[in-house]
Every structure is written in C-alpha cells, then in structure tokens.
Design a protein around this ligand. Structure first.
Ligand SMILES: *[C@@H]1O[C@H](CO)[C@@H](O)[C@H](O)[C@H]1NC(C)=O
Ligand SMILES: *[C@@H]1O[C@H](CO)[C@@H](O)[C@H](O)[C@H]1NC(C)=O
Ligand SMILES: CC(=O)N[C@H]1CO[C@H](CO)[C@@H](O)[C@@H]1O
Length: 625
C-alpha cells in the first residue's frame, strides 16, 4: 500500500512536471510563461525575414474570472525565427484571449493590431486595438452596440490605417418558410461585417447576410433541422472580410462553403465562388470550410485571392489534407473562370478542422497557420515546405499566425535580477539575468556595479544577447547592479534601474568565509588593484572559446554548472526550481571547492593578441542555449 501510494504520488508529480514543460519560464519575469515551439527548417536560407506573431489560447471562449493565481501565458506573443520569445503581451492583456494579432501599415508606419475578446460576464464587449511600436495603445475601437460584441474572426485594417473591416454576428427570430415550415419559428444567427473609422469608431458601412444569403445556401442546417432558441442557427458563419480598391467586399462564409463578392455600392452579391456546386465560376478546384479569404490583387475583371481550405480535393483525393490556395478569378469572360495558381499543402498531410489563415509574404513565400497546436509553416512560392513549427504543447491553440518584420521599442526599462553565490570570500560570483520584453534588436548588454548606492557605476562586463533572457556572471560580490541594452550600431537603447543583488541565507548555504559574511565589493577598487587598466575594456563575447590554458578550467566548470542549472530553471520553472537551484548550487560548490581546494583568482587577466589585456573574459557564461 505504502509503495503504491508513493508511486502514485510520484506519477502524479511526474505528470504535473511534464505538463509544465511546454512553457518557458524566466528569472526576470517570474509571472510570465511562454509556450515553447518545436521547429523544423528544411531550407533556412530561403525563409523570409521576420518575426512570428501568434496569440496562444487555452479555450476559444473567454475563461471565467478567477481569483486563483495564474501565470501569464496566453494572449499576444512575438517570437523570432528560432522560436525564442521576443515579446509577451500576456501581462498587458491580463491573460485574456487575443486574436488576429499582426502588424499593419498606418500612416506609412508599422503598428500592431489585435482583437481583445469580450469577457465572460459581458462587462466588456471586446475591442479592435492598435498598438504602436512602443507597445502603447494607439487606438481602442469598440463596435457600435447594436452590432453585437466585437467578433474574434477579423480586424482587417485598410487604407494605410484609415478604416478597418470586421465581422459581426446578430440574431433574430424567423419563421421557417424557406424550409417549407411556415408555422415554425427559430432563432437565426446571421453573419455580417462592418467597416469602421479607425479614428472615431464610426460605422462607415454595415452589411448582413439575412437579406442576401438565403437559408438554403447553408450546408450546416437542413429542412429537417430542429428549431433553436437564441442565438440560434449559425447558418453562414462569416469568418473573413476584405475590401478592394473598387470598394467591394470579399467575404468568406464557412457554413455555405462559399466566398462572396459584395458590392460596396448596393450591398448585393456580385458573385459567388462556391466550394461545392453553387459557384458562378467555371473552376478547376473545389474547397470547403474555408478561412481567411483575402485579396492578393484586384483590378478590373481580374482578381487574385488567397484562402485556407480545410478539405481534400480532386487532385489529391487519397489525401484528406488541408491546404492554402491562391486562385485567379477572371470575371470578364462568359462563363467567369477560376483557377488555382498555387497550392500549399499542409506538411503533415493533416486536416485543419477549424480556424487558421494564410499570409502571402513580400518575397512571395506563403506563411500558413494550421491553427491547432500552433502549427505554422512557411512555403516557397512553388509550394515547397521551408519551415514548420508547432507548440511543444497540445494544450494551446492559435487561430491565426503572421510573420513580419518589426521594430519593438518598449518604454519599460530592461528587467534584471542579480544574485550572489559562493562558499567563502575567494569564490564569490554574481549572476545577473537580464531581459527586455519586446525589444527587438538588442545586440548586447553592458553590466555595471557600484560600491554603494551613490557611487559611480563601474563597467563589469558585457555579453551578447542570446535569448529572451540573457545571463551574465561576474566574479566577486557585485551589488547595485544595472544594465544597458546596446544596439548593433553601439547606441544605448535602454538602461535598467539599479538593482540590489539577492543574497542567500549564507549560514544555511554553508558559507565558510573567515572574515564574517560577504559584503559587496567595490568594483573600481578591484580592477585598479589589478593593474589599473580601464574596467571599460571588456572582451568580445565571440572570443569565449579562445580562453587559453591560463584561465582556470575550474572557473569554466563552475560557469557551466551555473549555466546548466539555469537551463533547468528555465525548463521546469517556478519557485521550487529556484530554491532547488540555490540549495544545489551552494551544496555542489561547497563540496566541490572543499574537495578540490579550488581558488578563483579574482579579475584574472586574460592576455589576447590584438587587444589590451582584458578583464573578466573567463567569467562570461557559455552559451548553452
Ligand atoms: C505615405 O507614403 C506615400 C508615398 O510615399 C505618400 O504619398 C503619402 O502621403 C504618405 N501618407 C501618409 C499618411 O503619410
Ligand atoms: C562589448 O562587446 C562588444 C562586442 O561584442 C565590444 O566591441 C565592446 O568593446 C565591448 N565593450 C563595450 C564597453 O562596449
Ligand atoms: C475536418 C473537417 O471539417 N472536414 C471537412 C472539410 O470539408 C469537407 C468537404 O465539405 C467536409 O466533408 C469535411 O467534413
């Protein structure tokens, strides 16, 4: 019994640990987690430049408000092409669902747009939001009350940021005459769209399906379907809207398997591109349950559109596979024609049952989100798979994903956490973690320490940014630590506040120093004692591997230990790991140092050829990430 119980306990813990393993964690942002990606590059050299814009969610409907502590993990996130986090907007949006998160052009500048979902109790009806490159809210656009809540499918900013088209849903009670049941009534949820003024939120145009799309077009209900109360039959399920220069609207309705062009002049349907037999076009393809229909080009009688097709087709009949399509429509001929220009097949040959999108990139590559599990792919113009990635977790989904270049300049300072470790006064090291949520082009960080609060900062080293969070290790007990984030071109982009270094419970950690508990060192004093060379002359991180035999191998081992424990912290996360790390580190260090009688030479000088002798090089962490 006891053993069984223990096993069960262990198993449960393993499960709990495991289920946490799909999220990154950070020393500097302990409240934030971020979903991890698995990546697979087939042709790294051919993918287009840019960041991934994704917004993971756990449940498509808003979650019930909870008073339980929850780490920030859903909402808008920017990743680089290595799956490293660049920005988490989860804290900014308080873990609420966000959709259609992407960059847009507004007054010829790059902005971010997204949909903040309505909340569960209905106190907030959702917004289309525009953020500037500082992640500050530039516009928060509500939908006029009589048009319902702000729908999560589409927030499509047009015309260099003048207006946006959005989808909407409204309900009405109708009689079922169209289905030959004039005596019966049902609630019907119809699909519509609105064009909104970005600056005033005024409704510039509104259209709904009720007058234009008869009930019989739905493939989701039949003449014998049961009547429903509000909100009722979702008979068209509108899921995308776009507009061309002629002022006409392209809409996609998933439950009619049809893409429509709606006249901006009269609101009537100009043509139907049907997936299954109701098409106004002679076409060489079928589709169904499509998403994200967008104009690629549109002028005169020639239109090129892209969309995501859930289903299989006649060309690949044996493969029930979703694909993104680019099709060309010619409306000047009789009959009008539609033909496939490009097809991009889901690399795992699977089916995207719900949601997803496709985005034609500037270099004509195609970027597709297959939705479930955050699955994304990039294709060459010929349809060759260049890259695919998905969340390591199947707990999270993502409706649409986009790729684009972006320069993010947060207004908050870089975050920093410094801690000191050691078993006696000869082997103290200060470990600094730094991150700067949303900063896109930091090349490296410069670290500073002070002898006391009011002393001048002394440069103690620099290290290239290698991940969302970057670690730096300085020899000795450094305090009043701060960091500068530096751009490639050398200019300082931002400076952190001055942080005190966290100290362990020295006695509990087994500190063996002879002269009382450790005290912060004077960084300038130390470096001048070592020969007076300016402490500003620190080394180049790329020279890490050039450490020669004169550098203590033991120092490197210690740094490696720290780095690998750091990796552990990142993967298992949480307070527990930190405590574990502290305990394990002091334990390991104490016994290791005792056994080996190891001594660190503080600020050991490493001679390099072209450079002046440089301090502290051996103290930079190995880049194990
Ligand atoms: C955007 O750029 C175009 C082309 O350079 C220019 O004609 C237009 O006036 C600009 N618009 C705004 C709002 O700055
Ligand atoms: C920091 O590192 C860069 C290169 O990585 C190097 O050029 C520079 O001299 C270092 N120190 C300072 C103070 O910028
Ligand atoms: C998984 C899924 O929804 N598949 C649908 C894709 O479209 C075809 C054709 O309409 C449907 O038959 C499938 O059910």
């Amino acid at each position: 019994m006891f053993w069984q119980g223990l096993l069960l306990l262990l198993a449960q813990n393993v499960v709990a640990w495991h289920s946490d393993d799909d999220l990154m964690s950070f020393v500097t942002l302990p409240d934030a987690r971020a979903v991890k990606f698995n990546l697979n590059y087939e042709h790294r050299d051919r993918v287009s430049p840019g960041y991934w814009f994704v917004s993971p969610y756990l449940h498509i409907a808003p979650d019930e408000a909870t008073s339980l502590y929850e780490q920030y993990q859903i909402g808008p996130h920017i990743y680089d092409q290595d799956g490293r986090l660049v920005w988490t907007g989860a804290p900014m949006f308080d873990n609420r669902n966000v959709f259609d998160f992407k960059t847009i052009a507004l007054n010829n500048e790059t902005y971010i747009s997204l949909i903040l979902q309505y909340n569960r109790d209905g106190s907030e009806r959702g917004y289309g939001m525009i953020l500037d490159q500082n992640y500050q809210v530039y516009r928060k656009i509500p939908l006029r009350k009589d048009l319902g809540v702000f729908d999560i499918h589409e927030f499509n900013v047009l015309d260099n940021g003048q207006s946006a088209v959005v989808t909407n849903y409204l309900s009405e009670e109708i009689t079922l005459e169209a289905f030959g049941r004039p005596m019966e009534k049902t609630w019907l949820e119809y699909g519509g769209f609105a064009e909104l003024d970005i600056n005033t939120a005024d409704v510039l145009y509104h259209w709904n399906s009720f007058a234009e799309v008869p009930l019989v077009e739905t493939v989701h209900y039949s003449p014998s379907s049961r009547v429903e109360g509000a909100p009722g039959w979702d008979y068209v399920h509108i899921n995308a809207v776009d507009k061309n220069d002629n002022g006409d609207y392209l809409i996609s309705m998933r439950f009619t398997n049809t893409i429509y062009l709606v006249s901006g002049q009269t609101g009537t349907i100009v043509w139907r591109l049907g997936g299954q037999g109701n098409s106004d076009f002679a076409q060489d393809f079928v589709f169904s349950k499509q998403h994200d229909a967008k104009f690629v080009e549109s002028s005169g009688t020639r239109h090129v559109i892209s969309f995501l097709n859930n289903a299989s087709d006649e060309e690949f009949a044996e493969e029930e596979t979703s694909s993104a399509l680019i099709v060309e429509l010619e409306t000047g001929t009789n009959p009008m024609t539609a033909r496939v220009l490009n097809r991009y097949i889901r690399p795992d040959k699977g089916l995207t049952r719900l949601r997803g999108n496709s985005q034609l990139l500037a270099n004509k590559n195609m970027f597709v989100c297959w939705s479930q599990g955050g699955y994304i792919s990039e294709f060459s113009p010929e349809g060759q798979v260049l890259m695919s990635a998905s969340f390591t977790s199947d707990r999270y989904s993502n409706y649409r994903a986009y790729k684009s270049e972006f320069i993010g300049r947060p207004t908050t300072p870089p975050d920093l956490v410094a801690s000191v470790f050691g078993s006696d006064e000869t082997n103290l090291v200060t470990r600094v973690h730094v991150s700067w949520n949303g900063a896109t082009d930091v090349a490296y960080y410069n670290f500073y320490a002070r002898a006391s609060e009011f002393d001048t900062p002394v440069f103690i080293g620099n290290v290239s940014k290698y991940d969302f969070e970057t670690m730096f290790i300085a020899s000795g007990y450094m305090d009043w630590v701060s960091v500068e984030a530096v751009h490639n071109d050398g200019h300082v982009m931002g400076t952190s506040k001055v942080h005190r270094t966290k100290v362990p419970d020295w006695e509990a950690a087994g500190y063996l120093g002879q002269s009382g508990l450790p005290r912060p060192q004077d960084p300038s004093g130390l470096s001048s004692a070592q020969g007076g060379s300016s402490s500003k002359k620190l080394s180049n991180p790329s020279r890490l591997s050039s450490l020669d035999g004169t550098a203590d191998a033991e120092v490197r081992k210690a740094i490696q230990m720290l780095s690998s424990s750091y990796t552990t912290v990142r993967s298992i996360g949480g307070l527990f790991a930190l405590i574990l790390l502290l305990a394990v580190m002091s334990g390991i260090m104490a016994s290791y140092l005792l056994i080996r009688g190891w001594r660190v030479r503080l600020y050991h000088r490493v001679p390099t050829e072209e450079r002046l002798s440089e301090e502290g090089e051996h103290l930079r962490p190995e880049m194990t990430e």
